[in-house]
Design a protein around this ligand. Sequence first.
Ligand code: ADP
Ligand code: MG
Length: 364
Amino acid sequence: MAELVLKDLVIKYGKVTALDKLNLTIKDGELVTLLGPSGCGKTTTLRSVSGFLPVQEGEIFLNGKRITDIAPEKRGIGLVFQNYALWPHMTVFKNLAFGLELRKMPAEEIKRKVAAVLASVKMEEYADRFPRQLSGGQQQRVALARAIILEPDILLLDEPLSNLDALLREQMRFEIAAIHSRLGITTMYVTHDQTEAMVISDRIVVMRNGRVMQEGKPEDIYMRPQNKFVAGFMGTTCFVKGVVAQLDGERCVLRTDDGIELYGIATGLNVGQNALAAIRPEYILLGSRAVAGSAEVNRFRAQVDRSNFTGELFDYQLRLGNNFIRAKEYEAKTVYELGQTIDIKIDEERLPIVYDTDSGATAV
Ligand code: ADP
Ligand code: MG
């Protein structure tokens, strides 16, 4: 059982406020990812939980017990960083055994345990190698094994895959997710890579400037972003400005200044408020596909302004009223010409209407 709660954490480096009353809960066994751009306070959060960075305001609780001022080694926390930091002069076996030896575990038991943990990260063949004899991905697996062998209550991972090449990074995402679901260790994972966060997480916490902008399941963060920052951070998004004209539960109509009515979904907005439609290129149908259904909601005429063929898809820039939006079409049957006016239809279930975080207003 390990539940981690961060309450109103404030950390400042001189004049820079790195964490600005951060609140966060990680439930037992959950893998929660802190996602946000460089400098948003992810590493600072991790270091404060590990105990290596003192907290100036606020509290940290582990299983209801206040650990804010407890020494790092007494917190039951395992750490893995971007640079694997394995001990170069020790074999893989020794790297893993070392912490157990310090705990005076009998040699036979250490052997058994190292073998089991190496198997769990698929490295059982490599016990006798030195770190320099391993690839980056293998070193990172050993670093992960070294953290989990001590059976921490909480595992903290800070951009553990960012030094790996793209292919290996993709593969390791699945493996980390698999290891987590096998072992069920409560895990705080840090990344600036939204796809990585989507693949790995039970829950994503999107951060900006030391604050939480939104948290939720990956699909909710992607499909139901509540503000411009989150929508813009997740995938490709084109924003169209307007005023909330109607609200019915989460159904929302946004009227643009050129008179277009966009139907979408929203939370936390009011009628009359300025807001943005967050249009995702993959949720637009073009041409005959746009008029195939009977409903005319979100069906418009748009002009092809730019067209790129990437091999797997056509990527169009379209002029819709006074705005430019993008549309991606896979398995294109028709190729549209520059300047051509075509029918388009935007999926209203997949059109978030969001708060404009850049508007200067204070509410989020
Ligand atoms: P992230 O991990 O999300 O990239 P950090 O937690 O490292 O962000 O940093 C948050 C903010 O604190 C940034 O503005 C960064 O420049 C600042 N910062 C981090 N560490 C220090 C430090 N040791 N001294 C001064 N400023 C720091
Ligand atoms: Mg960092």
